[in-house]
Design a protein around this ligand. Structure first.
Ligand code: MN
Length: 763
């Protein structure tokens, strides 16, 4: 009963301004300057109460060191600055943390704000504590740099720092919590920003680490700052309902524990008031009000072991009617933040809906304190980081996220993904072999595939959900069994998936795969350009020779060099010179003078010219090269074609008669020999442009469009210009299979009475 009362005080204190006995764990203190700063012996006493082996001397030294270091500095509230690190340390004693963490909390602002140095702290407190304080100093510096632009990068650094030693996060959260509790002394503009940041990053992060009490208090303090009106409305209603149900709560607790005791099960039962922010978000999400006791109160049944949890569940279910659809077993399937409990709702005493959470003491600790509970749970656990790696899914998630960091080129994108992942609830799905895959809510099969394995994601072409074929974009539901169908033919995913995927992991992998595919394309193009140059210069090209020249080109691999050539960052002639220092660039002035296009026209006799061996095969747009077609007029198989290399873009294919080619005559190095390489089995369409001169009469355009459609031409774009009262000039962009197809369409158009002239346009 004592425990229960303490609970109540604590819950109210988190939101109301009720003074609290100092023994209450994580009790929210009123946001007013404390009447009396905690004394040295208070702090030591707090630590000793849960850790009899505490190093009192160390704590005392840290207390004195920090107090002296901060000297006469004051906070915005007018309190001595030292009250802040002291309160941060006190919050961490509520989480029952180890000496190093408490000491780091006392010292966390000393390097940044005082004369103290890392070296000095190392010397006095040892390098473990020194490293923690330095980690915290780095984070503090992050907060001082400019806001929006840096937020993403800051989160990156924050996560990287805490993945090293999770105690940095624990101190950081306590630091933020105390700053939030004393937020009223900060100017309104920064107040808002700090509250937003807390709600966006720190509260979800605390939740992800399983630290529910911390999360709830951070949320409620932010809520109160960001939307005071809504906060007050919720609080008033909450108070009124709690008052009305005051007797009922005790009765339910008593009936529950009596019932369990009569069946031989000892249990601690207590009611717990829900938090304003969580009520508010539920009201917003489901647009419902709160009326019943179950809307504002939940009850916990804490027993000794896992078996007892299920026995308690059986007793509850046979005593009161069960509300269907509310049962969840997070003991057999824990949440990703390590949370374990059985949830159920019954129509209990007084005909009230009663929400129950059934769990063991250990689960209860982890549900409230998350990773902080783990850290101190076992003796000889080794370093907290090593221990958590083994024991905690929440920490595994953190490390996983940090893994994504190193793959994510753009910090803004990273921030967006992480925010998404922090906020989403989860769905649990299964592979056909029964492996559990936990995903954020609204995730689809693409996310699932990447969660199973990156290769599975990259080669996914279809899926079955619960045995039925379904699109890869299908949103997953709890309990779905998902079979991903893959194809070796698909080496890279369609880039459009990036916007379909929900998880950061899938998006990062898709982006990486698409990037790799594009890079491979450029490398392929670069290689062909280099080989062509060597062929013209009549030198043998060999990869080994290029390998020796890599340092001269300042590139780390042959692929890198080729991709750089393909992108136009390095000239092929530079590659040749790096390999053969006495290589002289071939002057093609002769060509340039005469006109390269003309030269090519001369030498090419359709059908008879042997293809130059270095000519690059062009297969269409989805080829392994970055290919485009001439923007004004296109090119179709059957045309004699030339490729023009544009650095950073790839090859543009022009028909040899295109007038646009004149623009490139002075740049012979950009010309590439290309040839069509079209498979008959999978016909593709290519762009072409025609100009039609037609009489102005109603329905003329319709006739033209019909002819084209009847002959299987796709119209991409039409633009019209009236040349005279009688005639209109219509420019049509088409997609056709080849020159024969295009010629047939042109012939059919010419046969129409409304058509005066038809011409192909070659840019
Ligand atoms: Mn601080």
């Amino acid at each position: 009963m004592v425990y229960r009362r303490r609970r109540f005080t604590q819950m109210e204190a988190a939101t109301d301004s009720v003074a609290v006995a100092p023994t209450a764990p994580t009790a929210a203190r009123p946001a007013k300057p404390r009447a009396r700063m905690m004394r040295q012996y208070d702090l030591v006493e707090r630590v000793r109460s849960y850790n009899p082996n505490t190093n009192e001397d160390l704590l005392n030294r840290a207390y004195v060191y920090a107090m002296k270091a901060h000297g006469s500095q004051t906070r915005a509230s007018g309190d001595p600055y030292f009250s802040h690190p002291l309160e941060v340390a006190a919050i961490l004693t509520d989480l029952k943390l180890d000496d190093a963490t408490i000491v780091a909390a006392l010292l966390h602002d000393t390097i940044e704000d005082t004369e103290a140095t890392r070296a000095e702290i190392d010397q006095i407190f040892g390098s473990e504590i020194g490293a923690l304080v330095e980690g915290l100093t780095k984070l503090k510096r992050l907060e001082l740099v400019s806001r929006e632009a840096k937020q993403a990068e800051n989160l990156r650094k924050l996560l990287l720092a805490i993945a090293d030693d999770v105690r940095v996060l624990l101190v950081k959260l306590a630091d933020r919590l105390h700053n939030m509790r004393t937020l009223e002394f900060v100017p309104p503009a920064s107040r808002r920003r700090i509250a937003e940041e807390t709600l966006d990053i720190y509260a979800p992060l605390a939740g992800r680490m399983g630290m529910q009490e911390m999360r709830e208090e951070l949320e409620d303090l932010s809520f109160r700052t960001l939307d005071p009106e809504a906060y007050n409305v919720v609080m008033q209603r909450l108070d009124a309902l709690a008052e009305r149900n005051r007797n009922l709560i005790g009765e339910i607790e008593a009936q529950l524990s009596n019932n369990l005791r009569h069946r031989g099960l000892g249990a601690r039962v207590y009611g717990r008031r829900k938090k304003p922010f969580s009520i508010w978000t539920k009201m917003e999400r489901k647009s419902v009000g709160f009326e019943q006791l179950s809307d504002i109160f939940g009850f916990r049944v804490v027993v000794n072991d896992v078996q007892a949890c299920y026995r308690a569940l059986g007793i509850v279910h046979t005593t009161w009617p069960v509300v269907p659809g509310r049962f969840k077993d997070y003991i057999s399937t824990p949440k990703q933040n390590d949370y374990r409990s059985i949830h159920t709702t019954v129509i209990g005493p007084g005909n009230q809906r009663v929400e129950l959470q059934i769990r063991t003491e250990e689960m209860d600790q982890i549900a409230e304190r998350g990773i902080a509970a783990h850290v101190f749970y076992k003796e000889d656990a080794g370093s907290p980081t090593e221990f958590l790696k083994r024991e905690s899914n929440a920490f595994a998630w953190l490390r996983h996220t940090v893994g994504i960091l190193s793959e994510s080129a753009n910090p803004e994108e990273f921030l967006e993904h992480t925010k998404l992942e922090l906020f989403h609830d989860q769905v649990f799905c299964f592979t056909p072999k029964g492996k559990l895959i936990a995903l954020p809510r609204h995730a689809n099969v693409i996310d699932f595939a990447y969660a199973v394995h990156t290769d599975v994601g990259n080669s996914a072409v279809g899926c079955k959900i619960n045995g039925k074929f379904a699109p890869l974009s299908s949103e997953l539901q709890n309990g779905d069994e998902v079979e991903v169908l893959t194809s070796e033919a698909q080496s890279a995913p369609p880039s459009a998936w990036e916007s379909l995927a929900v998880t950061g992991k899938a998006r990062a992998a898709i982006r990486r795969a698409t990037r790799t595919a594009v890079r491979d394309q450029y490398a392929g193009l670069g290689r062909r350009i280099v080989e062509r140059l060597f062929e013209r210069a009549k030198i043998d090209y060999a990869d080994d020779k290029l390998k020796g020249a890599l340092p001269r080109l300042a590139r780390s691999s042959i692929e890198d060099v080729m991709a750089a050539v393909g992108r136009g960052e390095i000239k092929a002639s530079d590659v040749a010179r790096a390999m053969y220092p006495d290589y002289k660039e071939e002057r093609v002035g002769r060509y340039a003078k005469k006109g390269l296009a003309a030269k090519l026209k001369e030498t090419v006799v359709p059908g008879t010219t042997p293809r130059p061996p270095a000519a690059i095969p062009i297969r269409g747009i989805n080829s392994d090269l970055p290919v485009k077609f001439a923007p004004n007029g296109g090119a179709v198989p059957g045309d004699r074609i030339v490729g023009i290399v544009t650095p950073g873009e790839g090859i543009t294919i022009y028909p040899i008669q295109a007038s646009a080619l004149k623009d490139f005559e002075e740049e012979p190095e950009r010309w590439l020999d290309v040839r069509w390489d079209i498979e008959d089995t999978t016909p593709q369409r290519f762009p072409a442009r025609i100009k039609v001169e037609n009489v102005n009469e109603p329905g003329a355009l319709a006739q033209i469009a019909t002819v084209i459609a009847e002959h299987d031409g796709n119209i991409d774009n039409i633009s019209m210009q009236r040349r005279s009262p009688d005639f209109t000039e219509t420019t049509i962009d088409l997609e056709v299979y080849d020159l024969k197809h295009l010629s047939a369409i042109i012939a059919q158009l010419r046969a129409k009475a409304v058509v005066a002239r038809v011409e192909r346009v070659n840019g």
